[in-house]
Write a protein that binds this ligand. Structure first.
Ligand code: 13P
Ligand code: SF4
Length: 308
């Protein structure tokens, strides 16, 4: 009898042949995270892409994250299993609208969340992620007006934390985090009275007000793992349960469903599957291709953030 290889074995073989690294965001399916060389939040994955020495980066995350990897590695091939793995925040912020804002308010420093297109990054002064957004805004001289884009909830959180008054905020939102409701969180707290609440800063202000901890996906995981408590209500995408269960299996984690569905999953992130991952390693498509001038202009604000 001829033994057939599993899809995971095929992926690992192809990865070796291609001299590829597999980067996976915490919101990917568990079976993808299991095969990854590096799992992380958007800042950690940008750093891993920057240090990489091989030929191919397979980015199991969403398209803007892969674009960031390409901008930091222009000579390398960067692929994503599914071209439609997008992000509602990217869609909320077209480059022509940012260009029009800059023409109208040329004095503003543009701070862009990493969840933006390469074209928008190329128009930005500095990039931030959910992990360093407060630090990035605090690094800008106090008298300089700021445009923060595109996430309204993260922007409001940063404005409050930094105490900065001269800050305009774009009106974009994440379809996952922005639809967590304080009412459902209150219900979860009543059901699990000993649980602490950890929330991603893309959640609405009334949810963040109820949180014991606010941070990026990796920061939430680290906080739950190292805290003395044993029960947590986790207000982010449920893919983080993979690392939580692996690193602290004795603790309990509760996920609150979004308002308009019965899960807390990002439909864009979940477009990537093992089959599509195998196929993209085999064909090296869909591939991130960006004009050289856009990459050069977008690299400056990313490197300015990474240098902080
Ligand atoms: P992180 O920076 O926490 O990885 O967040 C990225 C993201 O898309 C959150 O929805
Ligand atoms: Fe974009 Fe929200 Fe999905 Fe993150 S969870 S990739 S912000 S839509």
């Amino acid at each position: 009898m001829i033994a057939t290889k599993s899809i995971s074995e095929e992926i690992l073989d192809l990865k070796k042949q291609r001299r590829a690294i597999l980067l996976a965001h915490h919101y990917q399916e568990s079976e993808i995270q299991e095969l990854a060389d590096s799992i992380g939040d958007s800042l950690e994955l940008a750093r891993a892409a920057q240090k990489f020495q091989g030929d191919v980066i397979v980015f199991c995350g969403v398209w803007f994250m892969a674009e960031t990897a390409k901008i930091l590695n222009p000579a390398r091939t960067v692929v994503v299993p599914d071209r439609e793995a997008g992000c509602s925040l990217v869609d909320s912020c077209p480059a022509d609208q940012v260009r029009a804002f800059k023409q109208r308010y040329p004095d503003h420093e543009v701070v862009s969340y990493i969840n933006t297109s390469a074209d928008v990054k190329a128009l930005s002064d500095i990039i931030c992620t959910s992990r360093n957004a407060v630090q990035v805004v605090n690094s800008i001289p106090a008298d300089k007006p700021v445009l923060f884009l595109p996430d309204i909830n993260l922007g409001n959180y940063v404005k409050k934390q930094s105490g900065r008054e001269n800050m305009r905020i774009w009106q974009g939102a994440c379809i996952v985090h922005a639809t967590f409701a304080a009412r459902k969180l209150s219900q979860a707290r009543a059901e699990h009275p000993h649980a602490l609440v950890a929330a991603h800063p893309e959640c609405p202000t009334d949810v963040l007000k109820m949180a014991d901890f606010i941070g990026s996906t990796s920061s939430i995981i680290d906080w739950c793992i190292h805290h003395d408590a044993d029960e947590f209500i986790v207000m982010t995408e449920s893919g983080v349960s993979h690392s939580l269960q692996r690193r602290a299996p004795h603790k309990k984690y509760y996920f609150v469903p979004n308002e308009n569905c019965n899960c807390s999953e990002c439909p864009y992130m979940k477009r990537n599957t093992l089959e599509k991952l195998r196929d993209c390693l085999s064909t090296l498509e869909p591939r991130v291709e960006l004009p050289a001038d856009i990459m050069e202009a977008a690299r400056r604000p990313i490197e300015r953030m990474l240098a902080l």
